[in-house]
Design a protein around this ligand. Structure first.
Ligand code: AMP
Length: 328
C-alpha cells in the first residue's frame, strides 16, 4: 500500500474550510493508503510561539483532528518534535541545500518581505525540514495545496541530489497528492471567495450554537433577485455553497426554487443554514470537548504515533548514516 504523509500546522482552530477542503479527504485517505499525520511543531517555531501557546496549539489541533475522525488505529498521528531522527536528516540535507535555491522559494521571499525583522534560518530551511519529514519515512505521496508545490519540487531535488552525490538509488521522489481536485472551496460569510482564519470570516468546528447563528445571520446578502431565474451574485452564491455542504438536498432545492421564483427570504435561508451548520458541527464539537479534556488519551495517541514514526525514521537514518560514511 502506498505511503502518504501529511504535516498539520498547529495554527488555531479548524474551520469549515479546513474540514471540507482537507480534513474530510484525510479521513477517507486513511482507509485507502498507509497514512501518517504529524503536527509540525518544529516548523511553527519560525514564528516564536510562547511555550504555553505551543503546548496549547499542539493539544488543540490533536483534539480537533481526532474529533473529525482521524483514527490512530488506522493512521498514526504524532508530534514532529517527538521523532528526533528527522532532525538528523534535516542536518544532512542542509549540507547539500544551497543558499541561492532556498532564497528563491516563493514562500520564503513572501515571508522575508512581510516580516523583515524575523528572516531566520529556520524560515530559509523550511523546505529541508519539510523534505526530512517526508524522506525519513520514504513516503510516496504528500497531500498538498498549490502553495506547497515549490516545496515539493525542492524535496524531490534534495532526494535526487542525495542519490547522485552518494551514487545510490536510495530516496524515491515523493509525489504531490492533489486531493484538492475533489475538495470544495468553502466560501466566507462576508461575501468573499474563501473562508479563512486570517480573513476573519470563518465558522470554527468548535463554535457553539449561538456563535454560529450570530455569524450566519451577519452574512452579507443583497436586496434580493430582481428577475426570475437570474444568476446568483457572489455573496448569495456563497450562502448556497454552504447550504450545499451541510444541508439536505431538498432543503437546498427548496431555497434554490425560492430564489428562482423570487419568493426567497434571506432571513429564512440564514436561519436554516445556521441550524444545519450547527447540526453538522455539534457532534464534532462535543468530541473536541471530550478529547481536549482527556490529556491521558491525547498523550497515549501521541506516544503511540511517536513510537511508530520513530521506528520508521530510525530505520531510514541507519541506512543514511552508512551511505554517508558514518560507522565502520
Ligand atoms: P490553513 O489553515 O489556511 O493553513 O489551511 C489548511 C488547509 O485547509 C489548506 O491547505 C486547504 O487545503 C484547506 N482550506 C483552508 N481554507 C479553505 C477553504 N476556505 N476552502 C477549502 N479548503 C480550505
Amino acid at each position: 500500500m502506498e505511503k502518504v504523509i501529511s504535516g498539520i500546522r498547529p495554527t488555531g482552530n479548524l474551520h469549515l474550510g479546513n474540514y471540507f477542503g482537507a480534513v474530510k479527504s484525510f479521513i477517507r485517505m486513511q482507509d485507502e493508503y498507509q497514512c501518517m499525520f504529524f503536527i509540525a511543531d518544529w516548523h511553527s517555531l519560525t514564528t516564536h510561539p510562547t511555550p504555553e501557546n505551543l503546548r496549547r496549539s499542539v493539544k488543540t489541533i490533536l483534539s480537533e483532528y481526532l474529533a473529525c475522525g482521524i483514527d490512530p488505529a488506522k493512521a498514526p498521528i504524532y508530534v514532529q518534535s517527538d521523532v528526533k531522527p528527522v532532525l538528523e536528516l534535516y542536518l544532512y540535507l542542509n549540507m547539500n541545500a544551497y543558499l541561492g535555491e532556498l532564497e528563491r522559494v516563493t514562500s520564503f521571499k513572501e515571508k522575508a518581505r512581510t516580516q523583515p525583522d524575523n528572516v531566520n534560518a529556520g524560515l530559509l530551511t523550511y523546505p529541508t525540514l519539510m523534505a526530512a519529514d517526508v524522506l525519513a519515512h520514504k513516503a510516496d505521496k504528500v497531500p498538498v495545496g498549490k502553495d506547497q508545490e515549490q516545496n515539493m519540487e525542492m524535496m524531490r531535488l534534495f532526494a535526487r541530489r542525495f542519490n547522485r552525490i552518494y551514487g545510490v538509488d536510495f530516496f524515491k521522489e515523493p509525489e504531490s497528492f492533489h486531493f484538492n481536485k475533489e475538495a470544495v472551496k468553502v466560501p466566507g460569510l462576508d461575501g468573499s471567495g474563501k473562508m479563512g482564519k486570517s480573513e476573519g470570516n470563518a465558522i470554527y468546528l468548535c463554535d457553539d450554537e449561538a456563535t454560529i447563528r450570530k455569524k450566519v445571520m451577519r452574512a452579507v446578502t443583497d436586496s434580493g433577485p430582481s428577475q426570475l431565474n437570474q444568476e446568483k451574485p457572489e455573496p448569495i452564491r456563497n450562502l448556497f455553497s454552504l447550504l450545499r455542504l451541510v444541508s439536505a438536498e431538498d432543503t437546498y432545492a427548496y431555497f434554490d426554487d425560492a430564489y428562482n421564483n423570487m419568493t426567497i427570504r434571506y432571513g429564512d435561508l440564514k436561519k436554516q443554514l445556521a441550524q444545519d451548520i450547527n447540526a453538522f458541527c455539534a457532534p464534532i464539537r462535543e468530541r473536541i470537548a471530550d478529547f481536549s479534556s482527556n490529556d491521558a488519551y491525547l498523550d497515549k495517541v501521541a506516544a503511540e504515533g511517536a513510537e511508530i514514526a520513530s521506528a520508521s525514521a530510525e530505520k531510514t537514518l541507519a541506512e543514511v548514516r552508512a551511505i554517508i560514511g558514518f560507522g565502520k
